[in-house]
Design a protein around this ligand. Structure first.
Ligand SMILES: [Zn+2]
Length: 138
């Protein structure tokens, strides 16, 4: 569940760039690894200290920050197809653009270059990100 006052305080304390970086890493690397990075823990500790917030466990951090940092919209679950195979690596500028414009379009899940039996995966997406991506491709 998204806690709007907590999110607003977090943004106020760290600013758009750092707060966005925190949330993107949370839903990408941290979700896969099942834990926070050291720098994320440091940010949270500073936040707890300054706002007198009781520390949250990892699962609660995930659900509390279940938002798209670009659109401030709650992330929803969807089932998408998995695309296997070798892909052209994205250029840093393309990754930046996606992270700044539609970080949670999540229209497809990329699998490894070999093909596995599984054809679909659960992803988290932001409806506004999907709109932004659709508009760009239209
Ligand atoms: Zn979004």
């Amino acid at each position: 569940m998204v806690s709007a006052p907590l999110i607003a305080n977090f943004w106020k304390m760290f600013g758009d760039e750092r707060a966005t970086k925190f949330v993107l890493a949370l839903h990408q690397r941290s979700r896969i690894q099942g834990r926070l990075q050291f720098w994320q823990e440091s940010m949270l500790e500073e936040f707890y200290r300054n706002t007198e917030t009781a520390p949250l466990d990892f699962k609660t951090v995930l659900s509390t920050f279940n938002i798209c940092p670009v659109h401030q919209a709650e992330l929803l679950e969807d089932t998408v197809s998995i695309e296997y195979g070798t892909r052209k690596a994205l250029k840093p500028a393309e990754i930046d653009r996606a992270n700044n414009t539609y970080p949670f379009a999540s229209t497809v899940k990329y699998g490894p270059c070999w093909v596995e039996a599984k054809t679909t995966a659960t992803v988290f997406y932001c409806p506004a990100c999907r709109d932004a991506l659709r508009n760009e491709r239209a």
